[in-house]
Design a protein around this ligand. Sequence first.
Ligand SMILES: NC(=O)c1ccc[n+]([C@@H]2O[C@H](COP(=O)([O-])OP(=O)(O)OC[C@H]3O[C@@H](n4cnc5c(N)ncnc54)[C@H](OP(=O)(O)O)[C@@H]3O)[C@@H](O)[C@H]2O)c1
Length: 245
Amino acid sequence: MSLQGRVALVTGAGRRVGRSIALALAAKGARMAVHYRSSAGEARRVAAAVKTLSGADAEVFRADLGDERAPDKLADAVARRFGGLDILVNCASLYERTPFDDVDPASWERQMAVNARAPFFLARACAPHLRRSGAGVVINVADWSGHRPYADYGPYCASKAALLCVNKILAKALAPEVRVNAILPGPVLPPQDMGETDKRKISEATLLKRLGTPEAVARACVFLAESADYTTGAELSVDGGRLIS
Ligand SMILES: NC(=O)c1ccc[n+]([C@@H]2O[C@H](COP(=O)([O-])OP(=O)(O)OC[C@H]3O[C@@H](n4cnc5c(N)ncnc54)[C@H](OP(=O)(O)O)[C@@H]3O)[C@@H](O)[C@H]2O)c1
């Protein structure tokens, strides 16, 4: 489907990978709902860039997706502002280092809430609009580590595994009107404080022996929204082969 004039909500779109996804969808003519939690200035700059890039309409929306009431409010606010919603990209995420002995119920709950619970409830809150769209799409940005967890990030990996299951649940629940797919990035944009040695290690652990880019994830998003019209409940790795290495 053409993305021209479609309304897309990208969560966590103020910075990093979410920003690239928002700009890539906007470059195809989508009208953008730019969600953020704390990156207000960055989100406003993304919305301004959308307008410059394509002339498409864009608006910023603040929500803490750890708050259980946030998904309904966010979906309503976006649909009211744009008169509907065609594409939801669940990209916002919490990534906390929690070695086995340091995992506590609070860190577990926090990451499950943002990374798995919120995508489910946000998709459900958006469902009436997505169904009405006639070409509704949900994209869940997961992680290869949802299949192969790594040490020290247990709750994060468990939350991404849960998101992969949510992806299938949503695909079943929203069919046949809405397609639902997941992207599993590998190391596309390391945390800002990661040193060069660790960056080399994580690129060496991929089959392609290099880091990816946020733009590679954004292109996969555009593909799933625009072209993958017989694909639902699927998982698309953008990980340089990390999952099978
Ligand atoms: N970067 C990678 O190499 C990589 C690898 C594998 C998978 N991924 C996945 O790709 C996606 C994007 O990655 P990233 O590195 O760009 O993510 P990130 O920087 O860790 O986080 C993205 C955004 O999530 C938002 N967020 C965090 N807690 C939130 C909350 N309680 N409520 C609402 N929003 C919240 C933050 O928005 P604010 O800044 O506005 O607070 C943040 O900018 C994530 O789902 C991640 O798991 C990334």
